[in-house]
Every structure is written in structure tokens, then in C-alpha cells.
Ligand binder design. Structure first.
Ligand code: FAD
Length: 457
């Protein structure tokens, strides 16, 4: 008998989603988070698939609505060869039109706290101030973790499955075998901070993300409240020296080199209250892994992979992979689908979703193209009967991306997620993403075959 069915390392969006969905299926879940929430995190711009799909499945969509986060209806880009900014709206997408055509810009202190408290509400034993130190192994299987509690005492706990959701600083991911591979295509450095009093895009787009390319890279400009703005410079590897030395001087210099951002910030001043009072740097954040799971251990979110901030895909990939892991664990624990088959489905879907973002992003960083050609490219890879602009909205809304052959299924999964979140069991039948592959059960929490036949063991 193990101490728990599942141990989750990390209480960010990935960990809270996995813990919540496994606990809601009736299993004993321990979630260990090294910090106390609320705590700071970068990754503030969300996608509609997260808000209307995952958050609805978790039962927190209304609470997030009530939290009053800024509504993101789309975005504006000064990007590529067009001299003028161009915009996209989620509402241009047929798949997101209507009640799901927006996401939120969130203060991660508050958003992550809502998700973590919700995991506890769904039945997970959430312990903050508890740091996972390593895994326990019995032969070829991970059987639990070593962790340190708040008083500094070390413990062990056993479980049928361990979920590593401990983010980019994970110390567990090596236990899955394989290696973390840093992307040769995305080797940027980010320097970011917070301002009060910056300009807004005209209504109804005041809550949208603004991305502005300039000589050394690009800026994000994310409104987090009517007055607070997250501003980050993503600098190409060749210009990384510009981020070395004094951060304040470097940031001022980068802003001065980007006239549109400088104009938006002309009457603004830097925020002075924690956690927004300092400049931060992140590098080496674009990576993938050759192995995403092994018997007893599964990696989700940044512990597994992350690609690039430009399409705000991080929280989407973290929560989506957590959903896939939760379905796999729930089905394995219920004994309805063989464990290997569950995790093969987890890995195939996760790799596909990550891959389509990565592949579209490679083209998007070719700045000699103009807006129309990005829209056209989106249309080409989606192959939908919608217009170019709508196809682009699909892509950046998190319900689609990637090349034509795989796009339909990825889109179908994103759309299914939204539908399932909204309609639950009434969402109807879902086609398998891969020939002979699995589909989710009507409640979205486990796997089954397309014909619904169970058990498969
Ligand atoms: P995290 O959010 O990192 O959470 C991991 C948790 O694990 C933390 O709470 C941590 O304290 C805990 N932990 C770590 N180690 C241990 C341990 N040993 N024991 C116990 N607990 C532990 N994404 C977006 O969606 N939108 C954006 O606009 C965006 N912008 C970004 C900009 C930059 C510059 C970068 C680098 C990333 C950005 N991202 C963005 C990505 C986003 O930050 C991540 O993808 C997302 O936070 C991943 O969620 P997660 O749950 O996997 O990990």
C-alpha cells in the first residue's frame, strides 16, 4: 500500500491542474509546493483554451471571471515588414466566436493561488513550504519522493505515480531518463519589469497584448490592470550583451530603441511595490526533452518543455499537458486502460501540441514577412475554410497551430476542450487524434476508445 495514489511536485498551473483533476476522480493526492502562495511568476497572458477549457473542467471559470482580470480579446503586433501595427481578434475565429472569444491577462500571484486553492478544494492534500528533493526508485519504476518540510526535516512518501510539475528549475526531470535539449532556433534572453500609468490601445482592445519587434528582438506589453503593465524585452542571442551589466540602464536603452513602446511608456513610471518593483532576467528557457515519462513518473509544463513567450503558450501547454497526464493516471488507477497505452497517448498529444507551436513560431520569427503573409501562412497550415485572419486567430488562440497534416486534430482537441469545459458530457463524440488512439471520456477526466469500449485491460 502506497502513502498516496499520486504525488505532484509543484503548485503552479501545471501541478494544480493535474492534482485537481486526479483528486476529483477520487484518488489520494499529495501536492508539494516549495513556496507559499501567492508567489510571483512570469507568464501573464493566457489563451482562450485555458480559460474556457481547462479552467471550466476544473470548476474555477466563474471564480476567475469574478477575480476581475483584464480581458484579452486578441492582440496587436508591430511585427514583420509592415510599418503599422496590425491586430487580431479571437472573435475572428469561428471556433472561438461568441462566449469563448477572450482570455485574460493575469497577475500570476492571484491566478496561481486560485488554481492551487481549487486543487485543495477538489480533495488534494496541498502542502506549501515543502520542497521535493528527489525521487524514490524501485527497479525501473519511480515509487515516490524525498522532500523537506518547513522545519527542515526530511521525509519520504510513496505513490503509484509522481507528477513533476516543478517548472523550469525541476530537479526531478532527469529521473525520467533522456535529456533536456535546448532549442538551436530560440536562444533569446528576456529582461522584464512593471510600469504604472502606461498607455492603452484604444477600446475595445485596451486589454490586448501588444508585441513590438525592434532591432535587438521584440517587446511584450501586457496590461494587468487599468494602470499596471508588464513590459518585457526579448533579445536575440547575438544582442545578449545588451542585457548584461546594470539592468536598469539596459532596460532604459532597449526601450529607447523601440519607439512604439517608448511612446506607450512616456507618462509611465516603474512600479515600486513588490513583486513588481524589480527587473528580472530569464534565459535558456526554450527546450524540449527526449523523454517525457517513465514508469511511475510523468513530466508536465515547464518541467518537460517550453518554447517561446511570443504566442503566450506556456500556461496553455502546462495545463493541457497536466490534463493529459491526469487522464492517463486516472485511467491507469481505475484499471480501465493499460498504463503504457495511456502514456503513449499522453506523449503523442503533448508532442504534437508542442510541435505545432514550435514549427509555426520558427516562421513567425522571420521578420521580413508582412502581416498578410503571416495570416496567409496561418491559413495554409490550418487549411480551414475560414479567411486568413480567422485562421491566424485560431492559431494564437491556442485552439490550433502547426502544419496542415496535423492541424485538424490539434484544433479538434482545442475545440473539444472548450466544448467539454462548457457542455460537459453533452459535448458529444470526439474523434481520436491518432488512428486507433484514445479519446477522453465524456467528463474529460479519463481515456477510452472512440467506441467507448472499456475496460481495455
Ligand atoms: P511554474 O509556473 O514554474 O510552477 C512550478 C512550481 O513548482 C512553482 O510554484 C515552484 O515554486 C514549484 N517548485 C519548483 N521546484 C520545486 C520543488 N523542488 N519542490 C516543490 N515545488 C517546487 N506563458 C504564458 O502562458 N503567457 C505568457 O505571457 C508567458 N510569458 C513568458 C515570458 C517569459 C520570459 C518566459 C520565460 C515564460 C513565459 N511564459 C508565458 C511561460 C510560463 O511562465 C510557463 O510556461 C508556466 O509558468 C509553466 O507553468 P508550470 O506549472 O509548468 O511551472
Amino acid at each position: 500500500m502506497t502513502d498516496f495514489d499520486v504525488i505532484v511536485a509543484g503548485g503552479g498551473p501545471g501541478g494544480s491542474t493535474a492534482a485537481g483533476l486526479v483528486a476529483a476522480d477520487g484518488h489520494r493526492v499529495l501536492l508539494l509546493e516549495q513556496e507559499h502562495l501567492p508567489r510571483y511568476r512570469i507568464g501573464e497572458s493566457l489563451l482562450p483554451a485555458t480559460v474556457h477549457g481547462i479552467c471550466a473542467l476544473l470548476g474555477v471559470r466563474d471564480e476567475i471571471e469574478r477575480a476581475g482580470f483584464v480581458r484579452k480579446r486578441g492582440g496587436a503586433f508591430r511585427w514583420g515588414s509592415s510599418p503599422e501595427p496590425w491586430t487580431f481578434s479571437f472573435a475572428a475565429s469561428e471556433r472561438m466566436a461568441g462566449p469563448t472569444s477572450y482570455a485574460y491577462q493575469v497577475e500570476r500571484t492571484r491566478f496561481d493561488t486560485i488554481l492551487l486553492r481549487n486543487a485543495a478544494r477538489l480533495g488534494a492534500d496541498v502542502r506549501e513550504g515543502h520542497q521535493v528533493l528527489g525521487t524514490l526508485r524501485d527497479g525501473g519504476r519511480i515509487t515516490g519522493v524525498r522532500y523537506r518540510d518547513e522545519s527542515g526535516r526530511e521525509h519520504t512518501a510513496t505513490a503509484r505515480f509522481v507528477v513533476d510539475a516543478s517548472g523550469h528549475t525541476s530537479r526531478l526531470h532527469h529521473a525520467a531518463g533522456g535529456v533536456r535539449e535546448y532549442s538551436p532556433d530560440f536562444r533569446n534572453v528576456a529582461l522584464f519589469g512593471y510600469f504604472l500609468g502606461g498607455d492603452r490601445l484604444p477600446e475595445p482592445d485596451a486589454g490586448n497584448i501588444l508585441c513590438v519587434a525592434f532591432d535587438a528582438g521584440w517587446f511584450w506589453y501586457i496590461p494587468l490592470s487599468p494602470t499596471l503593465t508588464s513590459v518585457g524585452a526579448v533579445v536575440r542571442q547575438e544582442c545578449a550583451a545588451r542585457v548584461q551589466g546594470d539592468r536598469e540602464t539596459a532596460f532604459r536603452g532597449l526601450i529607447a530603441d523601440c519607439p512604439l513602446i517608448a511612446r506607450f511608456l512616456r507618462d509611465a513610471h516603474r512600479a515600486t511595490e513588490p513583486p513588481y518593483d524589480r527587473l528580472r532576467v530569464r534565459r535558456d528557457y526554450s527546450y524540449d526533452r527526449t523523454t517525457l515519462h517513465c514508469p511511475g513518473l510523468v513530466l508536465v509544463g515547464d518541467a518537460a518543455c517550453f518554447i517561446d513567450p511570443v504566442f503566450s503558450s506556456g500556461v496553455h501547454l502546462a495545463t493541457y499537458s497536466a490534463l493529459l497526464a491526469a487522464r492517463s493516471i486516472n485511467s491507469s488507477l481505475a484499471g480501465t486502460v493499460p498504463e503504457e497505452r495511456c502514456f503513449a497517448e499522453f506523449e503523442a498529444r503533448y508532442r504534437r501540441e508542442f510541435g505545432v507551436f514550435r514549427d509555426f513560431l520558427k516562421g513567425f520569427y522571420r521578420l521580413e514577412a508582412d502581416a498578410r503573409s503571416y495570416f496567409r501562412q496561418a491559413h495554409r497550415v490550418t487549411g480551414h475554410g475560414t479567411d486568413d485572419r480567422a485562421a491566424f486567430a485560431d492559431l494564437v488562440g491556442g485552439v490550433s497551430s502547426g502544419d496542415f497534416d496535423v492541424f485538424g486534430e490539434v484544433l479538434a482537441e482545442g475545440a473539444q476542450l472548450q466544448l467539454r469545459g462548457l457542455l460537459g458530457a453533452e459535448a458529444g463524440e470526439e474523434p481520436p487524434m491518432f488512428p486507433g488512439g484514445l479519446v477522453s471520456t465524456p467528463d474529460g477526466r479519463r481515456w477510452q476508445t472512440a467506441s467507448g469500449e472499456l475496460p481495455l485491460v
